[in-house]
Write a protein that binds this ligand. Structure first.
Ligand code: NAD
Length: 357
């Protein structure tokens, strides 16, 4: 039981902090990478008002056939990894959502940008900050938008806690704890291979604690320290981290203490402590309804599909120019990549690493 579960349920009042989904043009999106998460995004878009699945990019002709019939995608909007640059000449596709293994994101983003289409890219945006910055620069150069798939940035309980923090309801923030992980098995080949994942649990799960630290504390960290634990060197080969604990310091003096792991289930918890109150979330980042408490009681902000909400909001960011409360742009992704670089360096050197975000 988490500490918040004893509290009497209380409505947080005004629901959600997202701009309403207004009528307007639809963003036509091709999905690149027709794997597990690609399916989830495609299914979620069935319920979107402003985002629509319009195309598919895959190396597998049978998957393309399946997607064509499942999502009514015309042949002319289907591409392979070899020929997707041709999307440039396709007026029926406005954006490409990259949902391939992490190591592929950088090169694919550069090609989509060169084709003049907006890019939505899954997290982690790349495998290091240098790659991430190159993606930002490439999109800027040709004037297309680059957004990172940070679905929690549109989640109602998360946004309510941020509203409370901004209204000083927690007082000065002192501490954040982010615990993120699950027990992986050897079937998750792309996630356990450095060549595809660019790392281990940190790239996949630790990034939620990193990104969460930043949006929950509301500051950018200035230093990081980190320690790695590996109990199964067979499964977790060199450069593929199993578990890492890390700590970050913020300019105000607030600190974060986090765990990223592929070795334990049920690990999805945020805790934010201020001088006047606290917020706790568990699950904090999973797909299913987020449970959140503060010193005032349970938040009842409701639950919408994270992916449907994300895609409608992203369409409005790209087409209407709305600004989300928590940025989801490429620069936001680069900050997380700089912290990941810092964590891996701190693990290697045993030293505190200063960050310059
Ligand atoms: P997956 O392995 O199920 O799917 C990846 C797809 O990419 C597969 O269809 C595979 O065939 C294809 N692919 C293209 N190039 C490849 C290559 N060179 N090597 C191997 N496969 C290649 O993985 P997934 O779970 O869908 O994850 C994909 C991305 O989405 C990852 O970056 C992951 O971090 C991210 N993701 C995000 C969330 C979220 O909640 N935001 C959830 C899950 C996954």
């Amino acid at each position: 039981m988490t500490s918040g579960q004893n509290f009497e349920q209380k409505s947080a009042g005004e629901s959600g902090r997202l701009p309403p989904v207004i009528d307007g043009p639809v963003l036509n999106i091709a999905i690149m990478g027709l794997g597990n998460y690609g399916h989830m995004i495609a299914d979620a878009m069935k319920y979107c008002k402003r985002a629509k699945i319009a195309g598919a990019i895959s190396g597998s002709p049978s998957k393309i056939k399946e997607w064509q019939s499942k999502y009514s995608i015309p042949e002319k909007n289907c591409y392979t990894y070899e020929n997707f640059d041709e999307v440039k000449n396709n007026p029926d596709i406005d954006a490409v959502y990259i949902i391939t293994p992490n190591s592929q994101h950088h090169g694919q983003c550069l090609r989509v940008a060169a084709a003049g289409k907006h890019v939505i890219c899954e997290k982690p945006m790349a495998i290091n900050a240098t790659e991430g910055q190159e993606m930002v620069d490439a999109c800027k150069k040709v004037g297309v938008k680059l957004l990172i798939g940070y679905r929690m940035h549109f989640e109602a309980n998360t946004l309510e806690i941020i509203r409370m923090r901004n209204a000083s309801e927690f007082g000065a923030i002192k501490f954040f704890q982010g615990l993120c992980g699950f027990k992986i098995d050897e079937s998750a080949k792309n996630r356990l291979n450095y060549e595809t994942a660019g790392g281990g649990a940190m790239m996949d799960m630790g990034i939620y604690a990193i990104n969460g630290s930043r949006y929950m504390v509301g500051e950018e960290p200035v230093w990081v320290t980190a320690q790695e634990m590996k109990t199964d060197p067979e499964m977790f080969k060199e450069r593929v981290d199993e578990s890492i604990t890390f700590q970050m310091g913020f300019p105000s003096g607030a600190v974060a203490s986090c765990l990223s792991t592929y070795a334990a289930n049920f690990l999805d918890k945020f805790f934010l402590l201020g001088e006047k109150g606290f917020a706790e979330m568990q699950p904090a980042t999973g797909y299913y309804p987020i449970q959140a408490w503060t010193h005032n009681g349970k938040l009842e902000m409701g639950h919408d599909s994270h992916q449907t909400t994300q895609m409608d909001q992203m369409a409005m960011i790209i087409l209407d120019g709305i600004k989300p409360t928590i940025p989801v742009d490429g620069e936001e992704g680069v900050k997380d990549m700089k912290i990941i670089d810092g964590i891996y360096k701190a693990v290697k050197t045993g030293q505190k690493v200063m960050l310059n975000l």
